[in-house]
Design a binder for this molecule. Sequence first.
Ligand code: AHG
Ligand code: MN
Ligand code: MN
Length: 395
Amino acid sequence: MSCASVWYTNVTPNLLFCFENGICLHLTRLTKQLPRLMATATSKKAAQNGADQPSIAQIPINRIVTLDEFILRSEKDFSYATGELTGLLRDIGVAAKIINREVNKAGLVNIIGEANGAENQSGDTQQKLDVYANERLIECLQNSGECCAIASEENDDIIHVPPVNSKQSHYVVMFDPLDGSSNIDVNMSVGTIFAIYRRKSDPSGPASLTDFLQSGMKQVAAGYVLYGTSTMLVYTTGRGVNGFTLDPSIGEFCLSHRNMVIPEDSQTYSVNQGYYSKFDLEMRRYIDNCSDQNFGLRYIGSMVSDVHRILIQGGIFLYPSTRKYPKGKLRLLYECNPLAMLIEQAGGKAMNTQLKRILDVTPTELHQRCTIAIGSPKMVDDLKAFIERYSALPL
Ligand code: AHG
Ligand code: MN
Ligand code: MN
């Protein structure tokens, strides 16, 4: 906090006053909004002071930069910055730390396994940690009121967020709270995927489904959290990709991967090859070719983990249509779009098996599924050539 800011909590019980340079800025009930108010004041101060501060690129590589500092310094890059997007990213960072804490002790407490036999709207079995992660994310976003509505893999319909302090929010958030959750019982890595959009509807009224059914190109921020051997948060706001590793000793995400760039080409592919006989001819030919060339096969079964490896080491991740999932299994809005934006920002490509760029697909349903091929640009282009060559042939 700026040294010119003074916060009083002892003037009247349960009331909070904030004085900045002798001016009273806030008068509010002392609730769980306290950290948010303090953060907002700090954020506004930082934005005002932005011109005097070095950009991230000027900060020496060996100096620790926390996620919060990075977000605040980056805020001035947005002409329409109001602090809402900054607040949203911070909310997601907080939720990620809480989820991480629970994921990390999953074997010790009664939190692994299925959630009372529950199923989500897609008919997938819900794990207890799916439910836990979903609740924490919704809670963090609702408490701050920085977004006006939420959509999650685990909820049939959109969730409206009541305004906090009468503030109108311009953003909606979508997420897959826990990706690869079937891995949790066997101590494998899982993740959270999120996408943030500016709402299309009038901010004075409630959000609507059309705010969510926007093409991936309209995302203003997207990213994921990977709960792996270490926990990482990787995100983009359309100006490159940066990765932050959680330092458990200080409880902060610290910048560890600046300006991530995906390798142009690779010799590794990632697909559930158990479904080989259920794939279309062109996909089988592409996989045969990978095998003929002695490419390595790596498949974790958690898209976040597979895509994270590909972002760092290169490769291609495939989830094509199968007989069980003729339109693909993965969800467009909160799995494919955010990862497509992120991979494109890192120099990669993402398309569906009809060769359409993922980010250009117009969604029609909240929980829409799609096929996907995502990763190193050269490998996606090679797959495209295979599909063009073989899809015209009879089976
Ligand atoms: P979720 O746990 O959110 O339902 O997602 C699981 C997804 C994805 O993460 C992964 O790549 C894929 O399902 C694995 O599917 P298969 O088991 O069919 O390969
Ligand atoms: Mn998922
Ligand atoms: Mn999930």
